[in-house]
Ligand binder design. Sequence first.
Ligand code: PLP
Length: 400
Amino acid sequence: MNDTVAAPMSFEPGAAVAEGGIPLCVPAICGNEWKYVKECLDSQWVSSVGPFVNRFESAVANFVGAAHGVATSTGTAALHIALLVAGVEPDDEVIVPALSFIAPANAVRYAGAWPVFVDSEPNYWQIDPERVAAFLNNDCEWVDGKLLNRHSGRRVKAILPVHILGHPVDIDPILEQAQKYDLVVVEDATESLGAEYKGRKAGNLSHIGCFSFNGNKIITTGGGGMIVTNNAAWAEKAKYLTTQAKDDPVEYVHREIGFNYRLTNVQAAMGCAQMEQLPQFIETKKRIAHRYARSFAQTPGVTMMNQASWALSIFWLNTVLVDEREYGIDSRTLMKRLGSHGIQARPLWQPLHRSAAHSQAHWTGGDVADQLNRQALSLPSSVGLADEDLERVIKEISDR
Ligand SMILES: Cc1ncc(COP(=O)(O)O)c(C=O)c1O
């Protein structure tokens, strides 16, 4: 191999970036992580039980103001279990945004249920509460005490709003519909730990919420997740299901099929150290977002994602819309150009109703998610992003 040729830039979020390059979003490990992990190694509490698991569960639950936290192996596992404890059953339907990472829709399928995809609202790019209401009011009917989707004949059981990119969903109108139609609300707050909606923390705005501690999230345990809820019975059930559904602490007795979805003590140790730094991480993310916003206000054709007046975003991934007509090139061309300068950027997700994996799901909407998918580009947003690197990204985008 000719080593004088620069390695091609990968656009995967966790992909290695060539030396001197600027990654999209990588962890900041600069607190008590080593100390706490060493405590696990020294004490040999390295597996799925141990003091850090309980401590981490309390730290996250307390932070969002929830009564209970149940740690899981991933955010996807958290979603799967949250749907099960919320009573979602095979052949039910769950309302999910079309514009999201695929995990929540997959979790719905793991539960044997079906997603109903709903378009985004154009202002903050979250699931559109008006379209949710329109679907429930116009496309569903009560039959024998069950709310059925008229098109599929399936029972509609839950709404799964996803707070994408660090910004909360406008949840009150969704909660209103949920109450009206007796639906449970399962929040996917995996991208938005610390975000606030009217002073309340995302993940604890409804019946049950889920977080992810994957490497690209605002805090990380390498891989991991958490369920938070104020419902003690649900929390107990979640713990039971994530730990192989053991009905006896000694004898191997199981009433139900459980899952091995546990977080290890070593991962939780890292999580405890990361939680100590979360307020500071959020401040840094805000500072990066404000710097981007100030610069792009002067760049025709490049528009930063907005923050609603009722929201506090954690700006997990700073994302811009690129208007080809005004800016001169489209989002994918800009992505490649940034890549050629060692700057990692990436588009938003293919809208899920377009995904072959979910081709059988019901869909309701217009072209908002499609348009966001065409125009959006997420920019380097790591907590550890150096000022000179931030300026380099801004310069590459602004100097046209
Ligand atoms: C919106 C959303 N939901 C769920 C997940 C799944 O979390 P995990 O990777 O921890 O399974 C992610 C990201 O990874 C995500 O962005």
